[in-house]
Write a protein that binds this ligand. Structure first.
Ligand code: VG1
Ligand code: CO
Length: 563
C-alpha cells in the first residue's frame, strides 16, 4: 500500500472550540474538509509509531469519518488503532480506553449535546495520552496547520469492518476493534459499591423507582449494562436507550428544557430517581419527582459524601474544583473539609493538569458536567451511579425513613447554606449583537462607570450594589500557561455574582450565556432556603439584564434555554 499525497487547500475557521471542532455535517462533507482537519491533527502530534483510539457517539457521518482517519492516520505512521465496535465509544469510555491501553491519544467523533443527522452537527475532538481533551497549545497548533495545509497523506486499503470485535489490519497498521462497554463497566465496578446499591434498590423496588433516559445518545448500551444487567432493575428503568444517528430528531442535552421525555415520565410515574445523559455521555442531570439537582449542587454534594464511595475512601480526596461560572457551593465543602480548591475556565481540559499533578479528585461544571480523576473527561453515568451510591449509603443509616434526593439537598443547605444558580442561554443570536454586549461590559470595566452603583429590582425591591467587574483570566498552576478573556464577571456586595460568556461549542452564529448566583447562609429562614431557583434569583436576574442591556444588544426578549 503506497502512501499517496493528495493536494488540498486550507479552509477557514477550523479552530477547535471549548471541546473540539464542531460544525454542520454539510460543512464536514465538503471536499477535503474532514481530511484537512484530520491531517492537521496528525501533524500536531507524534504520529509515527503511535497508538490511536477512535470512537464517538455514533452520530450521522461517524462511519465515514472513521474510515478517513484510518486512511490518513495509517499514511502518517500510526502503528495501531483501537476502535470501539461500530465506531462507538462514549466520551468517558474513550478517555478510559486511552489511559488503560496507554495510547498516544484518541480521536473522538462527537458534537456532544448538539443535534445530529444530515442537517445538524458533527464534531472531531483530539484527546491526549492522559485521556483528556488536548490543551490549548495543541489545539492552537492544529489550527495553525489547517491554515497552511497544501496536501494530506493517505493509504488506500479496503475499509475496515467495524461491526465485529476482532483484530485486523489497515495497510501497515494493526487494528483492534473492542467492545464499547466492557472496559468502562470494569472501571465503574472498581469505583462504586455496587453490592450496596443493588441491595438498596432491590429492597425498595416499589418506593424508590429509577429511570434513566439515554435521549437516544451513546449511553444506551452503557446504561443497560449498569442498571439492568448489573443492578438487576427491569426494562422499565431505562428509556430511549437505543442510540440513533440523529438522536431520534431530539436535542440530546440533559436539562429541563431538552430532556422533557425524562421530566414527563418522572412526574407521571412517580419516579424517585431519574437521570439523563447527553449525546456523547459526558453530561448528566439528576431529577426525581419534585426534585431537581442543579449541577453546581450535585458536584458539591458528591464531594460532601465522597467517603461513602469506595474509590475515595481508599485513595482519599486530594482537592476540589469547578469551572468559573459554576456556583461556589463546592468551595464551601472544600473549606469545611480543609481541602485545596480551584476555579478554572469553562471546559474540561483545564482540570487535567491538576489531576495529573495529584491535586484534584472531584470537579464539576454548571453545564451538567460532573466527574473525578478516574478519567480525564466529565462522566455522566459516573455521576448517576455516584448519586445512587450516596443514596444507598444514606439509607443504610436510616432504617425507618426513606431518604430521597430532596432530603440530601435540604441537609446540604442546612450545613453549607444555599447557592441559588441559574443560566440563561441566548442561542444562535447575531454575532454583532453578542460582540456589542461584550464591548459594552468592557467599556464599563475600563471606565469604572458601574463601580459601586446601586441597582434595585423592580419586582422584588431587593437592592444590589456592584462591588467589582472583571475579565476572568486563569494561570494554570502546573504549567503556568495563561488563558485570557474567559468571561466577564460582575460581583455584588452581598456576594452575588453574574457572569457573561460567549459559547465556544456552537456551530452557527453566537451563543451568549448569562450565569447568575446568589448565596444564602444556612441560618436564613427555612422558607427562603427552600425557594425555587427562579424565585430566589428573580431580583438578581432583572438587575443583570438591566445592567448589561442584553435585550437591547441581542434583540431578543427571552432566552432559548434556562437551566
Ligand atoms: C459548553 C459548556 C462547558 C462544557 C462544554 C463541553 O461550552 O458551557 O461547560 O465543558 O460545553 O461540553 P460552551 O463554550 O458552549 O459554553 V460537551 O458535553 O458539549 O463536550
Ligand atoms: Co457531551
Amino acid at each position: 500500500y503506497p502512501v499517496k499525497e493528495i493536494p488540498t487547500k486550507p479552509y477557514e475557521g477550523q479552530k477547535p472550540g471549548t471541546s473540539g471542532l464542531r460544525k454542520r455535517v454539510k460543512v464536514f462533507q465538503q471536499e477535503n474538509y474532514t481530511e484537512n482537519f484530520v491531517q492537521a491533527i496528525f501533524d500536531s502530534i507524534d504520529a509515527k509509531g503511535s497508538t490511536i483510539v477512535i470512537g464517538g457517539d455514533g452520530r450521522f457521518f461517524s462511519s465515514e469519518a472513521v474510515q478517513i482517519i484510518l486512511k490518513i492516520g495509517s499514511a502518517n505512521g500510526v502503528t495501531k488503532f483501537i476502535i470501539g465496535k461500530d465506531g462507538i465509544l462514549s466520551t468517558p469510555a474513550a478517555s478510559n480506553v486511552i489511559r488503560k491501553y496507554k495510547a498516544t491519544g484518541g480521536i473522538l467523533l462527537t458534537a456532544s449535546h448538539n443535534p445530529g443527522g444530515p442537517n445538524n452537527d458533527f464534531g472531531i475532538k483530539y484527546n491526549v495520552s492522559n485521556g483528556g481533551p488536548a490543551p490549548e497549545n495543541v489545539t492552537n497548533k492544529m489550527f495553525e496547520k489547517t491554515e497552511t495545509i497544501s496536501s494530506y497523506k493517505v493509504i488506500e486499503a479496503p475499509p475496515v469492518d467495524l461491526s465485529k470485535v476482532t483484530e485486523t489490519t489497515y495497510g501497515p497498521s494493526s487494528v483492534q476493534i473492542i467492545d464499547s462497554v466492557t472496559d468502562y463497566l470494569v472501571l465503574l465496578k472498581e469505583i462504586f459499591d455496587f453490592p450496596l446499591i443493588k441491595s438498596f434498590l432491590q429492597q425498595h423496588k416499589s418506593d424508590f423507582k429509577v429511570l434513566f433516559d439515554g435521549l437516544h445518545g451513546v449511553t444506551g448500551p452503557y446504561a443497560r449494562a449498569i442498571i439492568v444487567d448489573t443492578l438487576g432493575l427491569g426494562e422499565d428503568s431505562i428509556q430511549n436507550c437505543v442510540p440513533l444517528p440523529d438522536f431520534g430528531g431530539g436535542h440530546p442535552d440533559p436539562n429541563l428544557t431538552y430532556a422533557h421525555t425524562l421530566v414527563e415520565a418522572v412526574e407521571k410515574n412517580n419516579i424517585q430517581f431519574g437521570a439523563a445523559s447527553d449525546g456523547d455521555g459526558d453530561r448528566n442531570m439528576i431529577y426525581g419527582k419534585g426534585a431537581f439537582v442543579t449541577p453546581s449542587d450535585s458536584v458539591a454534594i458528591i464531594a460532601h459524601w465522597a467517603n461513602v464511595i469506595p474509590y475515595f475512601k481508599k485513595g482519599g480526596v486530594k482537592g476540589l474544583a469547578r469551572s468559573m461560572p459554576t456556583s461556589k457551593a463546592i468551595d464551601l465543602v472544600a473549606k469545611k473539609k480543609g481541602l485545596e480548591y480551584f476555579e478554572v475556565p469553562t471546559g474540561w481540559k483545564f482540570f487535567g493538569n491538576l489531576m495529573d499533578a495529584g491535586r484534584l479528585s472531584i470537579c464539576g461544571e454548571e453545564s451538567f458536567g460532573t466527574g473525578s480523576d478516574h478519567i480525564r473527561e466529565k462522566d455522566g453515568l459516573w455521576a448517576v451511579v455516584a448519586w445512587l451510591n450516596i443514596l444507598a449509603a444514606a439509607n443504610a443509616n436510616s432504617p425507618n425513613k426513606l431518604i430521597g434526593i430532596n432530603d440530601l439537598l435540604n441537609e446540604f443547605y442546612t450545613i453549607y447554606g444555599r447557592s441559588f444558580f441559574s443560566r440563561y442561554d441566548y442561542e444562535e443570536v447575531p454575532s454583532e449583537g453578542a460582540n456589542a454586549l461584550v464591548a459594552h461590559l468592557n467599556g464599563a470595566l475600563n471606565s469604572g462607570s458601574l463601580d459601586n452603583t446601586e441597582h434595585v429590582s423592580a419586582s422584588t425591591t431587593t437592592k444590589f450594589t456592584i462591588s467589582g467587574l472583571y475579565n476572568f483570566e486563569y494561570k494554570d498552576p502546573i504549567d503556568q500557561s495563561v488563558s485570557k478573556n474567559q468571561g466577564q464577571v460582575i460581583t455584588f456586595s452581598d456576594g452575588s455574582r453574574v457572569v457573561f460568556r460567549l459559547s465556544g461549542t456552537g456551530s452557527q452564529g453566537a451563543t451568549v450565556r448569562m450565569y447568575v448566583e446568589r448565596y444564602l447562609a444556612p441560618d436564613a429562614p427555612v422558607n427562603e432556603l427552600g425557594e425555587s431557583a427562579a424565585e430566589g434569583l428573580k431580583g438578581l436576574i432583572e438587575v443583570a439584564l438591566e445592567i448589561s442591556r442584553l435585550k437591547h444588544f441581542l434583540g431578543v426578549d427571552e432566552p432559548t434555554v434556562i437551566t
